[in-house]
Design a protein around this ligand. Structure first.
Ligand code: CU
Length: 164
């Protein structure tokens, strides 16, 4: 007798759980439908949330809040903490951060680089926000204003393949 009652209780619990699970998956399916509709609107099917990287420019350094991100959308929040204009350039390259190609007058030759981000002329005390879709690979961040790169305004950055 006792055993029978236990069984019926367990059945009831199991039944309730099944209903809850069913409701949750229906909600997930309708949310996915909404995102799918948004994605097709602007031609991008990206579902990933952007990874935020804070960039602080100073004399003469580029500080990144993280040096590795997963491939996909990356949002750069760039701030110039210095007393003069700086640049945040990010290029896909397998060169070392201090070995970017130079032009005839010794400046970083951006024409030789696969530039992913170029925030030029960031005003002192101000900032800008840029979002880019980045593919996996090695990158170098730099400020190419005369003398700045040579004084150390460069940093390595890596975009890793997104694990699925
Ligand atoms: Cu600079």
């Amino acid at each position: 007798m006792v055993r029978d009652r236990n069984w019926s209780t367990r059945d009831a619990t199991f039944g309730r759980r099944t209903v809850i699970a069913g409701t949750a998956s229906a909600a997930t399916a309708s949310l996915a439908g909404c995102f799918g509709a948004l994605g097709s609107g602007d031609g991008t099917a990206t579902e990933a949330e952007p990874t935020t990287v804070r960039v602080e420019l100073s004399n003469y350094e580029i500080a990144l809040s993280r040096s590795t991100v997963p491939a996909g959308p990356v949002r750069f929040e760039i701030r110039n903490a210095a007393d003069q204009v700086h640049q945040f350039l990010l290029a896909a390259t397998d060169r070392a951060p201090d070995s970017l190609p130079k032009d005839a007058v010794g400046r970083v030759d951006t024409g030789e680089l696969d530039v992913a981000v170029n925030a030029n002329g960031v005003t002192p005390g101000e900032g800008t926000r840029l979002e880019r879709e980045l593919e996996a690979g090695p990158y170098v961040a730099a400020c190419t204003l005369p003398g700045h790169y040579e004084r150390g305004m460069h940093a390595g950055f890596t975009v890793e393949p997104r694990s699925r």
